[in-house]
Design a protein around this ligand. Structure first.
Ligand code: ZN
Length: 238
């Protein structure tokens, strides 16, 4: 008998409908010093972010006020986070502007990664890292010394973002004319003086690797978190 397509599963498929997923209750989030205001479906937010589930469904004051402040975060990252809560996707990163050979992306993957890391959203961290690596790979870009330092500012020790930054730093110290021109010695020295953790990670790479490797040429899983200990499906890489 040939396979046929029915209109829908007669008895439901066990998945929650969109209406059930978002619910009807709303919560208010105020982000950054300018207190950018978001009014969000509580069920959608708590379903995707366990941190907010504890906040709005636990014993904290936010559970009764239905409101929370995030003065130290930025609205650009919350725009991306809340877009992801509803759509489960991230926008592509593209070059928005260029100034004397420095390319500026359409959104800051580094800052958004830091927010996802703070909220312990490992799957989202991996997706952001994939977007960032795809962007670097497609345009054959390498982070500037100041961007590498920013990655250290935004992330804790052992963070995958620091792993990527240290690999990039290792790569730009190669004795090539292009590297010498684009990443002058003084800038590298300043970064190493100001960021001892970067210096330590860099020295560890010198001790443990035979030669630098371009960071965006690694398997993307090198900079992922795998909670189950397994690698992702490579088809996720763009
Ligand atoms: Zn992976």
């Amino acid at each position: 008998m040939a396979s046929q397509a029915g209109d829908k599963t007669p008895n439901g498929n066990g998945k929650r409908s969109f209406r059930e997923m978002i619910g009807v209750d709303l919560v208010d989030l105020y982000v950054g010093p300018e207190r950018a205001h978001y009014r969000i479906h509580k069920e959608a937010l708590c379903g995707k972010v366990p941190y907010f589930e504890k906040m709005f469904k636990g014993g904290f004051k936010e559970a009764t006020s239905h409101s929370a402040d995030f003065p130290e975060d930025c609205s650009e990252s919350f725009d991306l986070l809340l877009g992801w809560v509803y759509s489960d996707t991230l926008p592509p990163i593209f070059v928005e502007s260029e100034d004397h050979g420095t390319f500026y992306g359409s959104w800051s993957a580094h800052k958004f990664y830091a927010l996802a890391e703070k909220l312990c959203l490992h799957g989202l961290q991996n997706s952001i890292m994939d977007k960032l690596l795809s962007y670097y790979r497609k345009l054959r870009l390498m982070p500037s010394t100041s961007t590498i330092c920013m990655m250290y500012d935004l992330s804790p020790a052992k963070s995958p973002m620091r792993r990527f930054a240290a690999r990039a730093f290792h790569w730009i110290t190669r004795p090539t004319d292009a590297a010498k021109e684009d990443w002058p010695l003084q800038g590298l020295h300043n970064a190493m003086m100001q960021y001892p953790d970067l210096t330590l990670d860099f020295l560890e790479l010198l001790r443990t690797t035979t030669e630098p490797k371009c960071p965006y040429e690694f398997d993307f899983c090198t900079f992922h978190i795998h909670d189950d200990g397994k690698s992702c499906n490579r088809s996720r890489q763009e």
